[in-house]
Design a protein around this ligand. Structure first.
Ligand code: BGC
Length: 941
């Protein structure tokens, strides 16, 4: 009751505060605001020669009719008289996102300031926006004066290959992590600079220091790309960290993805010599400039405290070897030796275009236990990804171990059987373990550098005392894509489910969208990423992250056109992990998703050719227009119901035949390529690929579909895919829906779908009028179901429905992650159905709000943040009345469907409806402009 009252209160507050007409405060309400360049606020390191600029319109403006943009390189000249770089003049246009810069040529390293004003539908002119800026990266290879340097040492060239005496087979032995090189350099400045910018990167990972401080807040830079082809550099403004006189700069290097263990494929995937590259451009008040670069005048050591560091396996840190002041000028580096210049690196240097990995939250443990004498287990209360900072009171040389795991065994010890998989060839026997050797000094603490862990529990051993709860803090980090989506409803379990989806997302965004963050894979598995992509776009602005990843996808594409199963793919040249149905298809689905959610035509331009090469490859291999040949590793509907180990659960009947599954995806991808061609105005391609899609669909029906709509395989997934990908003739759709319902019945109203079928089935149930069945599946509490996980205390989404089952315990430890977003794709259904937000025109220029109450929910509220601003929805059912409050952001339009169960008129309490309100299949329907609306009508369950 209290909660309902609170909701009603917050609901009213939401309605009032969202009313643009009532609330006009501050500069940003009357002028354009939230200025973005290439999706980011004041980005450094832009390489686009025509960067795209976007802004939110002033509140209360329904639509923009014109804009004027000013750009200068001197912020003091940013006015209509002096804007020397670009004055767009008054442009009659309603475009407020992705406006391409069209002024003077942009220069390497230069910073540009900009602002914009707009005119509304009544010709009223706004104030200018606050000033924003962007800074260009180093645009041409010649702009790089820096040299690649490294610490001179012989590391095992590659993974060691040994012949097993008994079997005669060659085995690859992984290389254990080796000590981290530390590099430093001292330079002199005659003045304090007015601007200083560092461009830097590494072969491996780096942590950059300047005058005793870490530079920036990035973790695991330069992040992961296919280093053979492309290496990201990062740009830092260090103006305030420099002074006149001597300055010291330094870097610590780690193995990371470059030389450390990469998931399934082993160590040393890209090289064994870690490298470093840095260029600092400094400007003084008198106009003079100076450049500091990495070169052979730097010095290095491997005698520092990081004795080995690996992303997956963990870090060993010997605090006795710390070198206080190593990154300052007051340091005696006599024992350090000159670095070596490394051979020129062929790969392209590219500015990182997405948000960095950085700490976004600190969690404090909720409990501590001692399951074995002297072994303490911290419970963070949340399965999370990052690392821990641990405060230690130890004596010199004492060794403390921190082991990280996601679950507990029944005796209270930490479960880590699922971390390592089967890796007899790795001399490192325990993964996710950080080892700390104490210096014995006062106030000692440890925080790792080049590793990350997926965990809820941390086992600490080696302490001669019982640690305090406050000795440990857990830091959550991930690629920091802005989280704009929210969801809440009257069912606490569903709120927990959405929380778990979000936590799983945070846990699996580390430069690539990973399948899992804890065990021995952590790869950018494409199949998982594509099926989850809409759920994540509802919650986060994924455009920069996916734009970066689409480049990884193209880099991983084989010469013959096959997209990879995961991207980056270090082993694509070995012909491994290429071309699996639904996995490789992410090479088409992801760029299309970006276009739909962010209106990004440029991504389609850049990706189109790659997408067509994939479809052409399939066509060459499969003249019958069914995907019979070349299906790579062919995972099919991975983890479908037949994988479950449960009493009284059918052993078979849920697995979709792989050829049929594959053909469905081929048709879908081909149709998406035809849609891309249409957007790009490529008529010939559009015809060609839509014809091909029709042929594949015809072949699908001819080979696999019976006249009664039964599809070979007869699984929940195949009906879901056939409906979702629109493969069936109109006349068979209803029949397919009936078969789908029959299959759900056969499984006792449970899901038996795998990761590719589950959310698509939920969406098709709703699209075809069976939202009630979808709610039943969502609210089911017995395994397999989402709420079964919640009932077991899950705080993230599990990889398997039966990851842990009462009475049976854990599933196969070889593949049993508790932080896997695939089954969380249902977050898409929840936003589309419960909140009812559905994109229609790219970037939500037009969208639908059509909440479908069900599952006895009495309220739901939430938002999706679009490039035009937030879409907000809140509905509430009380005493047989439904109230719907929604906000349509400036510059967009919406069609609102208000659910109604009685023959009663629609009451419009707030907002102006211009068109006639229609009644259609249990909804009042009206078209609305940007504003806040408040409707009321009769509704009961
Ligand atoms: C991953 C999956 C992935 C699959 C390929 C697994 O080990 O965790 O999520 O898609 O391999 O089928």
């Amino acid at each position: 009751m209290l909660r309902d009252t609170l909701f009603l209160f917050s609901f009213i507050v939401f309605c009032i505060s969202s009313n643009g007409g009532l609330c006009v405060e501050g500069d940003h309400e009357v002028s354009p605001h939230y200025l973005l360049c290439e999706y980011r606020t004041n980005p450094l390191g832009i390489e686009e020669l025509h960067p795209r600029l976007s802004w939110w319109l002033p509140k209360g403006v329904k639509r923009q009719t014109a804009y004027r943009l000013l750009v200068t390189s001197d912020v003091n000249l940013l006015n209509e008289e002096n804007a020397e770089v670009w004055d767009s003049g008054k442009v009659e246009s309603d475009q407020s996102i992705h406006v391409e810069y069209a002024g003077m040529p942009l220069h390497s390293g230069e910073r540009y300031y900009w602002k914009v004003k707009v005119w509304d539908g009544n010709g009223r002119e706004s104030n200018y926006s606050p000033v924003a800026y962007w800074q260009m990266g180093l645009l041409a290879p010649e702009d790089w004066k820096a040299r690649w340097i490294g610490y001179p040492r012989d590391l095992p060239e590659n993974q060691v290959r040994v012949v097993d005496e008994q079997t005669g087979k060659t085995q690859t032995i992984f290389t254990p992590p080796s000590p981290s090189p530390m590099l430093r350099h001292v330079f002199t400045l005659r003045d304090k600079p007015i601007r200083a910018t560092i461009y830097t990167t590494a072969l491996g990972l780096y942590e950059l220091h300047l005058n005793g401080q870490k530079v920036g807040n990035r973790i695991l830079a330069p992040e992961w790309t296919d280093y053979h082809q492309r290496i990201q550099y990062q740009t830092y403004d260090v103006t305030h960290q420099l002074h006149s006189g001597n300055n010291a700069i330094g870097a610590i290097l780690g193995e990371g993805w470059y030389a450390g263990l990469v998931g399934l494929v082993g160590t040393r995937q890209y090289g064994s010599q870690l490298g470093f590259l840095l260029q600092m451009e400094i400007e003084f008040a008198d106009g003079s400039k100076k450049t500091i670069i990495s070169d052979e005048f730097w010095k290095g050591t491997i005698a520092g405290p990081i004795r080995g560091s690996d992303l997956i396996r963990g870090e060993t840190y010997d605090a006795r070897m710390e070198m206080p002041g190593w990154d300052t000028t007051n340091f005696n580096d006599q024992t350090w030796i000159p670095v070596v210049r490394l051979p020129a690196v062929e790969a392209t240097l590219t500015a990182q275009a997405n948000e960095p990995i950085r700490i976004t939250q600190e969690l404090k443990p909720v409990a501590i236990s001692e399951p074995k004498p002297g072994t303490f287990v911290y419970d963070i209360g949340q399965n999370m990804v990052g690392w821990c900072r641990f405060q230690i009171r130890g004596s010199t040389g004492q060794t403390i171990e921190l082991r990280h795991g996601e679950a507990l065994n029944s005796n209270g010890t930490v479960y880590w059987e699922n971390l390592r998989g089967n890796k007899p060839n790795d001399p490192v026997k325990e993964y996710q373990k950080n080892t700390y050797i104490c210096s014995g000094s006062e106030g000692e603490f440890y925080e790792p550098h080049f590793t990350y862990q997926g965990f809820r529990y941390v086992e600490v051993s080696g302490l001669p005392y019982r640690p305090r709860l406050e000795d440990l803090q857990a830091y959550v980090f991930h690629s920091d894509a802005p989280i704009g989506g929210t969801f809440a409803c009257s069912n606490a379990d569903l709120n927990q489910l959405m929380e778990n989806i979000l936590w799983t997302l945070r846990g699996n965004l580390h430069s690539t969208p990973t399948d899992c963050p804890q065990r021995d894979e952590r790869l950018g598995w494409m199949g998982d990423a594509q099926l989850f992509s809409q759920a994540v776009c509802f919650l986060m602005n994924m455009a920069p992250f996916y734009t970066k990843w689409c480049q990884d996808i193209r880099d991983a594409q084989a010469d013959d056109g096959r997209f990879s199963d995961f991207s980056p793919n270090p082993v694509k040249d070995k012909e491994s992990f290429l071309g699996a149905p639904a996995w490789a298809d992410a090479g088409v689905i992801i760029p299309w998703r970006i276009y739909e959610n962010y209106g990004d035509r440029r991504i389609l331009e850049r990706h189109f050719e790659a997408a067509t090469r994939w479809i052409e490859y399939l066509q060459d291999q499969n003249p019958e227009r069914i995907w019979q040949h070349s299906r790579g590793n062919d995972y099919g509907d991975w983890l479908n119901g037949d994988w479950l180990i449960l009493e009284n659960w059918p052993k078979e009947g849920a697995n979709t035949p792989k050829e049929i599954f594959a053909t469905a995806f081929w048709a879908y991808s081909t149709e998406l390529v035809a849609k891309m061609a249409k957007v790009l105005g490529r008529e010939h391609d559009q015809r060609r690929y839509s014809d091909l899609a029709k042929e594949i669909k015809a072949a699908f029906n001819y080979h696999y579909v019976q006249p009664d709509g039964r599809i070979e395989g007869d699984t929940q997934t195949i009906y879901a895919l056939a409906l979702h990908f629109d493969l069936l003739p109109e006349g068979l759709r209803d029949a397919a829906v009936r078969h789908l319902l029959r299959k759900i019945g056969e499984y006792n109203r449970s899901v038996s779908t795998g990761i590719q079928g589950t959310n698509r089935m939920m969406l098709e149930l709703t699209n075809n009028g069976y939202t009630d069945v979808a709610y039943d599946l969502l609210l089911n509490r017995s395994v397999p179901s989402w709420l079964y996980m919640i009932d077991q205390g899950a705080t993230t989404i599990w990889e398997r429905w039966d990851g842990w089952v009462e009475g049976r315990g854990f599933q196969n430890p070889g593949m049993n992650s508790f932080n896997h977003y695939a089954l969380g794709a249902v977050g898409e259904w929840m936003v589309r159905t419960i909140l009812g937000i559905q994109p229609v025109k790219p970037a939500y220029r037009h969208f639908v709000i059509q909440p479908r109450p069900g599952g006895k929910l009495t309220y739901a509220k939430g938002r999706v943040e679009t490039l035009y601003g937030p879409i907000e929805v809140a509905w509430d059912i009380q005493e047989e009345r439904l109230t719907l409050c929604c906000t349509v952001p400036p510059g967009t339009t919406a069609t609102v469907y208000v659910p109604v169960t009685e023959d009663e008129t629609l009451e419009v309490i707030q907002g102006e409806i211009r068109n006639e309100v229609k009644k259609e299949n249990g909804f009042y329907v009206c078209d609305v402009q940007a504003d806040t609306y408040h409707f009321c009508t009769a509704y009961h369950y």
